[in-house]
Design a protein around this ligand. Sequence first.
Ligand code: XMP
Length: 504
Amino acid sequence: MAYFFSEPSRTFSEYLLVPGYSSAECIPANVSLKTPVVKYRRGEEPALTMNVPMVSAVMQAVSGEQMGIALAKEGGIAFIYVSQPIEQQAEMVRKVKNYKAGFVISDSNLRLGDTLADVLALKERTGHSTMAVTDDGTGTGRLLGLVTSRDYRVSRMDPSTPVSQFMTPAEKIVSAPEGTSLKAANDIIWDHKLNALPIVSDDGHLVSFVFRKDYDSHKGNPLELLDSQKRYVVGAGINSRDYEDRVPALVEAGADVLVIDSSEGYSEWQKRTLAWIRSRYGDTVKVGAGNVVDGEGFRFLADCGADFVKVGIGGGSICITRETKGIGRGQATAVIDVAAERDKYFEETGVYVPICADGGIVQDYHITLALAMGADFCMLGRYFSRFDESPTSKVLIGGSYMKEYWGEGSARARNWQRYDLGGAAKLSFEEGVDSYVPYAGKLSDGMATTLAKVRSTMCNCGALTIPELREKAKLTLVSSVSIVEGGAHDVLLKDTTAGGNQRS
Ligand code: XMP
């Protein structure tokens, strides 16, 4: 007979935290958000921890190399998306690993045949006024020239004027060779009164830029996540189809942690993928698995050797899995259930397998709730897609800036492997949508606000660490009327312009 769970499954918005006693030491500045990413034995230290409990989703619209760099700078990990050719994904990983603070890989690039109209469109899209002209139009092509706003006058020039007619050609550009230190690069910038200094390889290829305006901001971030060689830590998605080729390429590129990206992870396919990785690399390659929504699924993946387990089916903002297939579970209930099994597993085996709450984080306080319910860290898609550092275009819609955000199960992403159950190698129906999200500026600013809220709530609960929060948290269910009471009510709001009274 079918099994019935006795309680309805619930979402984060159905819960609140009830404050506990806060001591005088319990202030946001003393809160540590350090958290384990991979499994460890009782009494041992995990091989990989994060300084903030946030990772970015394995999605085309979220996690490219810019996200990898920006998130590691803030203490978290980006999982570079898997739904792309292996070499392209490995290249993104390499770019994060090779990144040096202060040296920026150019993402506003032109070809010789491009026109002034293309320059203006690129500027509108990226907001950057320094553009590289390279032979292949990429940030690592052979450098042919530079275009800055000093090179053209829109009012006096035809939009069809080719870039070649007004760019500053390579032979007139002050550049520096690969290997130049940040200090030396800044000296050149000051000596030549430059705004940007291109770093160029021996064979004339653009490597990166050093910008004058960035100098002061590169004092280092106290939370940044670095490996033993002081390179940024980065993750990457894999699937259970081409892992025999993809995993070696990502490992060789320097990925610190992998995750099997699948909408439903309680399967033979994940078991085989994990077994292959363990047989080839032992425990040296760290790999998470998922997604599951109950204790049974967790135990299966933990027994298969997963380094962490991802929790969540159908709760993502762009997900329609529950609607289309009728599978899933309220995200709060799923996290609570899996966390209980994780603790039981730890008791029994002495192995602690971290869990990641994936999807459905809408309000910042949902992160704190997920941690209180037992998640070790959260994976977010919509949240990160809104920032400058996501790989998608910024577009103006109805007077407001938006970023594009689409699901991996949408026809646009064509990521059929994520939904693969070993059958035909194509998507026969969609499990995700294509959408817009409100543009939210720089990731560092957004995360600073979000984490300030998390730290503050933790102090309200009397907790200075994530394990302490879990221990001390008092959670209460809310009724629909008390949700109304929780927002501004029975007053006439003054500022009704976009964002004026929005909370996130
Ligand atoms: P949020 O709510 O942060 O969720 O936007 C991101 C998570 O959603 C999952 N994901 C999908 N689920 N159809 C789905 O059912 C999709 O097209 C899809 N794309 C992403 C994924 O787990 C991600 O981390």
